[in-house]
Design a protein around this ligand. Structure first.
Ligand code: SF4
Ligand code: SF4
Length: 342
């Protein structure tokens, strides 16, 4: 199959820097908490960044997530500065714990500013607020909006059914801290997103149309490395729980990164996932449908079920050829939609 398939230009490099977190939200997709140990080193991440900058020009953004990436302190900030020197954009995803205490907030904002970070994402919502209040997130946003290199501040708000109105609460907190002018400047950078929260969507809320459009666009489009230096096929909510999505350990010097990434194009099941998504594949395997709450949970149930795996392994050449054809069409569409990997 190798050589015949059009490969997709990956756009993102994501470091899941650690599974340690200051919080322990119920429903965290990676089950992060203060008890979890292990993190990527700055030396390793910098080596990967240099390698990607020279051999994968379609990658323009490096994302640092976790767990809580700011727990890496200088190891994180040194790596961000390294990315900046390579001309790459950078994004950190944080729960904003460092903004609770005024002194820690001032120090962290100073460190962030010194790295020339370009984007910051805050995660908040009903579960997150048990550990970090919305008022602290508002302070963090207010301070980060004043950092000239930061062009975008996204807030991933947990999506819940019957939830209070968290977006309105955040805007209220921001207005308490900002006058009209600074509020206007801040809003130029601010993006409020409702983020999938495992268990937040119920199957009976999905219409037939939504089920058919539950694709997975996450595969092949990025390089994702977890705290154990394993390359992940995606950074979806189930990626750490499905052995099939773990592509192998990246060597300390990163020398096998490209071969691990490219090898997944030899895997018909991944091409199938990319073109049809796990929900339709569950249906193909005869599962009750829709049976789960989130597309990544469908993936979990599909890929950890021996009976379904056997069913998928047993497809004939017609189905296999149609997957390859559909993959080619989707890859072509993606290339047109994102020329030069943009
Ligand atoms: S803040 Fe994020 S990473 Fe930490 S426990 Fe909560 S959901 Fe998980
Ligand atoms: S649907 Fe599966 S492959 Fe896609 S992002 Fe979710 S876990 Fe990853």
């Amino acid at each position: 199959m190798k050589g015949m398939l059009k490969q997709i230009d990956p756009k993102l490099l994501t470091f899941i820097t650690t599974h340690t977190c200051t919080s322990a939200c119920a429903g965290c997709c990676f089950a992060c908490s203060p008890k979890k140990r292990g993190s990527l080193s700055s030396a390793f991440m910098k080596g990967i960044v240099s390698r990607v900058a020279s051999s994968m020009p379609s990658i323009k953004v490096v994302v640092f997530t976790g767990g809580e990436c700011t727990l890496l302190e200088d190891e994180l900030f040194d790596t961000i500065a390294h990315c900046t020197r390579h001309g790459l954009n950078t994004r950190i995803v944080s729960n904003g714990h460092w903004a609770i205490d005024d002194g820690t907030r001032a120090r962290t904002v100073g460190q962030i500013a010194s790295t020339a970070l370009t984007e910051i994402n805050f995660s908040t919502g009903a579960e997150h607020q048990k550990f970090v209040p919305m008022s602290a997130i508002a302070k963090a946003i207010t301070d980060c909006a004043k950092i000239p290199t930061i062009r975008a501040i996204a807030v991933n708000m947990e999506a819940h059914i019957d939830s209070e109105k968290p977006n309105e609460r955040l805007m209220h907190e921001l207005k308490l801290l900002n006058d009209t002018d600074s509020m206007a400047q801040l809003q130029n950078k601010l993006l409020l997103l409702n983020s999938p929260w495992m268990g937040a969507y119920r199957s009976n809320e999905l219409s037939a149309g939504q089920i058919n459009t539950r694709h997975c666009d996450n595969l092949f489009t990025g390089i994702h490395i977890n705290p154990e230096q394993q390359l992940l096929a995606c950074c979806g909510l189930s990626s750490e729980h499905i052995p099939f999505l773990k592509l192998g350990r990246v060597a300390d010097d990163g020398s096998n990164l490209l071969s691990l990434y490219r090898r997944q194009y030899n895997d018909l099941l991944k091409l199938w996932l990319y073109t049809e998504g796990p929900t339709k594949m569950l249906k193909f395997c005869g599962a009750e449908h829709p049976m789960n709450t989130h597309v990544c949970e469908d993936c979990l149930n599909l890929l950890l079920n021996e009976r379904y795996l056997k069913r998928m392994m047993g497809i004939g050449s017609d189905k296999a050829n149609s997957i390859l054809l559909n993959y080619g069409l989707k890859a072509e569409q993606q290339a047109k939609a994102h020329p030069n990997g943009q």
